[in-house]
Design a protein around this ligand. Structure first.
Ligand SMILES: [Zn+2]
Length: 504
C-alpha cells in the first residue's frame, strides 16, 4: 500500500442503476424521480455525509480528496428504461464530468442488468460513454449489483468492476468502500489486470441466495478466500434472466494487482467450479394448493411466509397479482397479512370511502396483463396511512422509506397492505406501517423474491418459508417465459447445455 499522498485528488462520482425486466412496462423518468435522481451540490452533500454509498467517507480516510458529484439516477427494478430519459441523464452526466475536468478518478454506481428501449447493454454503453468523456488515463472503478449481466464492453470500459457479494444485498456500502480503496491503490500506481469469463448458466433469482450452504454462497466464499496478495478483487455476477439479452448468464471478473496470469488462472478455476456445481442450483417451489394446505399446521404467533416470488417488485413485478390472495380467501384462512399490493387507484377509493367503509373491489379490473389476474371480493377499509417509516431490519435497515398514500383492507381473513408506491416488502416495518403486527399472524404472504429473508430472519425460520409457484412477471420457473434474446442453450433451461473449460 502506498503512503498517504499530500496532493488533493479530484474524484468524480456518477451512477445509473436499473434492473431491467424485458417483460415489464417501460421505466419512465418518474420512477427514477420517485426513488433517486440527484445531481450536483445536492448529491455532493449526500456523498460527503455518507448518506449514500461509502465512496466519499472511505476515500477521505485514505487520502486528501475533493469529491466531484455529477449525477446519480436509481430506478430500482422495472421494464427497459425510456431511451430518451437515459440519453438525457447520460448527456448531463458527461457534461458535468467535462466541466469538472481535470479529474484524477471516477467512481461509478451501476447495476449491470439495465437495458433501455434502444440499448440492450445499457451499462456497457454508459461506462463506455463515461470512459470516452474522462479519457483513457483516468481510473474508473464501478460497483455493480450481484445480478449484473456483465458484458465485455463493461469490463473493457472500466478499470475495475466490484460486484456485491451478498444476496439479499446487505454489503452495498462495504462494496462501495472497497471501490474507494481500489481507486486509492490505483492512484498510488497499482495497475489492474482483469480476467473475465461467462458461463451458459442463466439462473432463476431464487437459487442465487448467498447464505451458508447455498451453492452461490459457497462459490462467493471461495472467491473471497482467494482475495489478497496479487488478487485485488473477485466478483461473481450471477445475472438477471429477465433482462432477456445476449449478455445474460453468470459472469466471473477477477482483478489482479498487475499479475495477468494470476487473474486468468483464478478466473478459469472459478468458472470450472461454478459449472461443475451446477446441479446444486435446484428450484424447490411449492404449488399454490400445497402452500395453502401447509398453512393448516400454522398457528397465530408462529407465522409462516408464503413468498410470492413471481410477483417481486424488486425484479420488475407489478406487485398486483391476485393468485395468493384469491387462494387464501377461498380457503378461508384467517390471520394472514399480504403485502405489498400495489394499486394507487384502490388506495384513492379507500381514502374517499373512509375508514370502516366496505367496498366491492374488482382487483385489476383495468389491468391488461393476464399474469396479474382478476378477482372480485368485498373489502373493509380498516385503516388509512401515509408518511414515512424506517425499517429496523434487513436490506433497507435505517433507510427512510415512503410508500405514498396507503390503505389496509380486510378481505375475508386477509389483511391486505395496499400501497401507492410499488416496492418490494423486505422487513416487518412494512407491515407495521399499516398497523399490522407480523409476529402475531398465522401467515405472511410477501411479494418478494428473497430480499425479505434478511428482514424476517429473526421472526421466521427458513423451514417455515415457502416459495410459491404462482404466475407472475418474475417467475423462477423459467420455462414459463417466452424468451426472445436469451443465449441458448443455457443451463438450467436447456439441461443438455455443454461448456468447455478451455474456452478462454
Ligand atoms: Zn440484485
Amino acid at each position: 500500500m502506498s503512503s498517504a499522498p499530500s496532493r488533493t485528488s479530484r474524484i468524480a462520482v456518477a451512477g445509473f442503476s436499473l434492473e431491467s425486466n424485458a417483460f415489464a412496462p417501460t421505466t419512465e423518468r418518474s420512477e427514477f424521480e420517485s426513488l433517486f435522481l440527484v445531481e450536483g451540490e445536492a448529491l455532493g452533500k449526500l456523498i460527503d455525509d455518507g448518506s449514500i454509498l461509502g465512496f466519499g467517507t472511505r476515500l477521505r480516510e485514505l487520502r486528501p480528496v475533493e469529491m466531484v458529484p455529477t449525477l446519480v439516477a436509481v430506478g430500482g427494478a422495472g421494464g427497459p428504461c425510456d431511451a430518451d430519459f437515459y440519453e438525457e441523464a447520460l448527456a448531463r452526466t458527461c457534461q458535468l464530468l467535462r466541466e469538472a475536468s481535470p479529474l484524477d478518478g471516477l467512481l461509478v454506481f451501476a447495476h449491470g442488468a439495465a437495458t433501455s428501449t434502444k440499448v440492450d447493454d445499457l451499462d456497457g454503453h454508459y461506462l463506455a460513454a463515461l470512459r470516452e468523456t474522462v479519457g483513457p488515463g483516468v481510473p474508473i472503478v464501478a460497483e455493480l449489483d450481484l445480478h449484473a449481466n456483465v458484458s465485455r464492453r463493461m469490463v473493457d470500459s472500466a478499470d475495475i468492476l466490484v460486484g456485491f457479494r451478498t444476496n439479499p444485498h446487505v454489503d452495498v456500502r462495504e462494496r462501495s468502500e472497497e471501490c474507494a480503496e481500489l481507486l486509492h491503490e490505483m492512484l498510488g500506481g497499482m495497475k489492474p489486470a482483469v480476467a473475465f469469463r461467462k458461463l451458459p448458466m442463466v439462473l432463476p433469482s431464487v437459487v442465487q441466495l448467498t447464505g451458508a450452504g447455498k451453492p452461490l454462497g459457497d462459490l462467493v466464499l471461495h472467491a473471497e478466500s482467494q482475495m489478497g496478495g496479487s488478487i485485488a478483487n473477485v466478483s461473481i455476477l450471477s445475472g438477471f434472466a429477465f433482462s432477456d439479452v445476449a449478455d445474460c448468464g453468470l459472469g466471473v471478473v477477477v482483478t489482479a494487482r498487475g499479475d495477468a496470469e494470476a487473474a486468468e488462472r483464478l478466473a478459469d478455476e472459478l468458472t470450472e467450479r461454478a459449472w461443475n456445481d451446477r446441479g446444486r442450483y435446484r428450484l424447490s417451489l411449492t404449488s399454490v394448493d400445497d402452500a395453502i394446505a401447509a398453512l393448516a399446521a400454522a398457528r397465530p404467533g408462529e407465522p409462516w411466509i408464503l413468498a410470492d416470488v413471481a410477483d417481486n417488485p424488486g425484479g420488475g413485478g407489478r406487485g398486483n397479482t391476485i393468485w395468493l390472495l384469491q387462494a387464501l380467501v377461498e380457503a378461508g384462512i384467517e390471520d394472514v397479512a399480504l403485502g405489498l399490493f400495489h394499486d394507487p387507484e384502490l388506495v384513492s377509493r379507500a381514502k374517499a370511502a373512509g375508514e370502516g367503509a366496505t367496498l366491492d373491489v374488482d382487483f385489476n379490473a383495468s389491468v391488461e396483463d393476464p399474469l396479474s389476474g382478476r378477482f372480485s371480493a368485498e373489502a373493509r377499509v380498516t385503516s388509512l396511512c401515509s408518511g414515512g417509516f424506517t425499517p429496523r431490519h434487513g436490506m433497507l435497515r435505517g433507510v427512510p422509506l415512503d410508500l405514498g398514500d396507503c390503505a389496509r383492507l380486510e378481505v375475508a381473513g386477509v389483511s391486505l397492505a395496499v400501497s401507492s408506491v410499488r416496492q418490494q416488502l423486505s422487513a416487518p416495518a412494512f407491515f407495521e406501517h399499516f398497523g399490522i403486527d407480523p409476529a402475531r399472524m398465522r401467515a405472511l404472504a410477501i411479494k418478494s423474491r428473497g430480499h425479505f429473508r434478511a428482514g424476517f430472519a429473526h421472526l421466521v425460520p427458513d423451514e417455515r418459508i415457502l416459495e410459491v409457484d404462482a404466475p407472475g412477471l418474475t417467475t423462477p420457473n423459467l420455462s414459463r417465459v417466452d424468451w426472445k434474446k436469451l443465449p441458448r442453450p443455457c443451463f438450467p433451461l436447456d439441461p443438455e447445455t455443454t461448456w468447455e473449460a478451455t474456452s478462454r
